[in-house]
Design a protein around this ligand. Sequence first.
Ligand SMILES: Cc1cc2nc3c(=O)[nH]c(=O)nc-3n(C[C@H](O)[C@H](O)[C@H](O)COP(=O)(O)O)c2cc1C
Length: 303
Amino acid sequence: MKMEVASLVLRSPLIVASGVLGSSGSLIKNVSENPSVGAVVTKTVTYKPRNGYENPTVVDLGYGFLNAMGLPNPGYLDYKVELASIKRDLEVPLIVSIGPSNGEEAGKMVEALNSVADGFEVNVSCPHAKNLGLEVGSDVQTVRKIVKAVRESTGKPVLVKISPNVTDFVDVARSAVDAGADAITAINTVRGMAIDVNAMKPVLSNLYGGLSGKAIHPVAVRIVYELYEKLEVPIVGCGGVYDWKDAVELMLAGATAVQIGSAIAYRKMSLNVFNEIEKGIIEYLTTKGFSSIRELVGLAHNS
Ligand SMILES: Cc1cc2nc3c(=O)[nH]c(=O)nc-3n(C[C@H](O)[C@H](O)[C@H](O)COP(=O)(O)O)c2cc1C
């Protein structure tokens, strides 16, 4: 089950996706002790502290979650202190997610966080934060500037997380790779809305949010498949992975590793989902006669 993404060596290709666990350092440490977890991506940290939006910020739709948390976080300087306090005890690579609004912020954040990160994931895809995420990630030139600044500030692996909400996602990913990204994470949440029919108004305080979970899995599979045809760098698949089949599907589409977010919340924050998915993949590999998980990557393109 060992896998490499850029120069990150993962004992398992199953990665904790950004955000679902919040930003607590002690939680990251607990999660890293699960032998089926290959790496942890932190909650996205921004240049300035953010309170996030008022409740309700998350709604469970059954087939997925709709959230507009508003990227609550203590800001990169305080978060660095939090991460420094647990870094030494972590058993897996720590990928720090950053949400800069421009190249200057990106460079400063990465320089400061370099000592606590094994790699970075640049979030240019959050669909519900003003002047951040998708608002910068839908412009190819801005993405290029941000990723270039990150690249110039670190020698560690840089993943760029793209959005399904832009039609030219291949161009966005390509500009990130041209600017120095080592891998692309696909996908962040799908912009959506829910309306309370009794109250007759939108459910989320922010009105719009990002849909995650089961409902978006086919969207993730399609985007990973398309990116695999167009890019030469590893792709980390993310979106609606609830069981081993979902993970295998993303790998057959071209993902080198897989992130899991909503399934953790769906399972009431239990990490058993990682153990079950890993077990299921191993059984699948054995049944199909593969000797390594690496052999799966992109196989659906041969048909
Ligand atoms: C409550 C919640 C908070 C999230 N916070 C972040 C975040 O801070 N940064 C980020 O890049 N993605 C964030 N995401 C998106 C997930 O990392 C992931 O891309 C998305 O949910 C799709 O994967 P999933 O279906 O496995 O959840 C969040 C998702 C949820 C449900």
